[in-house]
Design a protein around this ligand. Structure first.
Ligand code: ZN
Length: 412
């Protein structure tokens, strides 16, 4: 297996990891300014026009080749930079989210994810001469609604990625989480208008159908597994008390910790919807958004993150007992993935709240954002430097599937 090309030995990890930390520190003004600017200008899913253009501009300036828009989503970004070391190497995905919650702003702190992802890309670019392979930054819109990463996967933007890394802010620090499979469901009942006092018998009441559906869902919860969730809001409930409503609309979400059970829930929910329409003589349109999936764990990547975080005095607090959902789960079924969380707020601060929103632009959040950029870049660097680590992550990826299946079959 002799090779004619003399390949220089890779520099020691510690030296390059220190340079990564220095590069994040040197760019701290730019990273935090981006975090604060996105925080002050919240844009909901699919509408992150400003955030995406600011991110794309910074990466372009830093020497990345930037596709924006990327694929079919107007606010998606794919930015690449080839490593300076000769020979084959991995493609490591550095991800960033930047969407906000309607009516709340950055109550999930995605501004810190955008800034830390950009910071990690800047830091890796600073040591690009030490890297084989390719840095692939993926700006992923619409995490809070509609699963932007699912669309980006379908668009081929994750093809050839060897590992994907994405930090998320939290009230605790932990690398392992078990997000629920989840989907947005749009339900529209169609009835027939009539005067609510003069001739109500001529109408078909689309609001009655909606109320029946909510009642059915409420009763259904008694029979659901404890790790399942179903919740919704009525977006259109009629227009006037003296008109029999001919149209109502709701936005539901279905969730489960188990992908197979989730599919059963979806089928049952359809039956509840059809039953409400049948009982009220209305018709119904139901549409599913295409969902977020559960997370396939990757012990190899998790162990590297935990070790790198420990070097900065961060002790892992263990898996989050209260997971929501994330389309990072979808990525985890495409390539080895980690979605580590670091505290930006005191433990107990609720997510998706004004408290968490306000916490996402404090000095504590800023410090965590910079640390996240450093840890993501350092963990990525280890993958660039060590082909065996990438191979181990893929062995985990293929092995974990069977293990998960066995656990599911055992009803664990
Ligand atoms: Zn989030």
């Amino acid at each position: 297996m002799a090779t004619l090309t003399a390949v220089q030995p890779a520099p020691p990890h510690a030296d390059v990891k220190a340079r990564i930390a220095e590069a994040v520190d040197a760019a701290r003004g730019e990273i935090l300014e981006l975090s604060h600017r996105i925080h002050a200008n919240p844009e909901p899913a699919f509408e992150e026009v400003q955030a995406a253009s600011w991110i794309a501009a910074i990466l372009r300036e830093r020497g990345f080749t930037v596709e924006h828009p990327a694929g079919s989503l107007a606010t998606a970004i794919r930015a690449t930079m080839r490593g300076g070391r000769p020979g084959p190497g991995p493609r490591i995905g550095i991800l960033a989210e930047f969407d906000a919650l309607p009516g709340l702003g950055h109550g999930c702190g995605h501004n810190t994810m955008a800034a830390s992802g950009v910071g990690a890309a800047i830091a890796l670019a600073a040591v690009v001469d030490e890297l084989p392979g390719e840095i692939v930054f993926l700006g992923t819109p619409a995490e809070e609604r509609g699963s932007g990463k699912k669309t980006m996967i379908d668009d081929g933007l994750f093809d050839g990625i060897d590992a994907a890394l994405l930090f998320h802010p939290c009230d605790r620090s932990h690398v392992e989480s078990h997000p629920l499979a989840s989907e947005d469901v749009d339900v529209v009942f169609h009835g027939l208008q009539a005067h609510a006092a003069a001739d109500p018998w001529k109408g078909r009441n689309a609001l009655d159908a909606m109320i029946l559906l909510f009642s059915s869902v409420g009763l259904w919860r008694q029979q659901l597994r404890t790790d399942a969730r179903v919740h919704g809001i009525i977006q259109e409930g009629g227009t006037a008390a003296n008109i029999i409503p001919d149209r109502t609309r709701a936005w539901f979400m279905l969730r489960s910790a188990d992908q197979a059970y989730y599919e059963e829930m979806k089928a049952r929910f359809r039956e509840l919807v059809d039953a409400a329409a049948l009982a009220t003589g209305t018709t119904v349109d139901i549409s599913f958004s295409g969902g977020a999936m559960t997370m396939k764990q990757n012990g190899t990547l998790e162990a590297r993150w935990v070790a790198n975080a420990a070097a900065y005095g961060i002790a892992d607090q263990g898996p989050d007992p209260n997971s929501g959902s994330t389309d990072m789960g979808n990525v985890s079924w495409v390539c080895p993935t980690i979605h580590p969380e670091l505290a930006i707020a005191p433990e107990g601060t609720p997510g998706h709240s004004i408290l968490f929103r306000d916490a996402a632009a404090t000095p504590a959040a800023d410090a965590t954002t910079l640390l996240a950029a450093t840890l993501v870049a350092q963990t990525a660097y280890e993958l660039f430097a060590d082909p065996e680590l990438v191979a181990a992550a893929w062995r985990d990826f293929h092995g974990a599937d069977g293990a998960d299946g066995a656990k599911r079959a055992a009803g664990a």
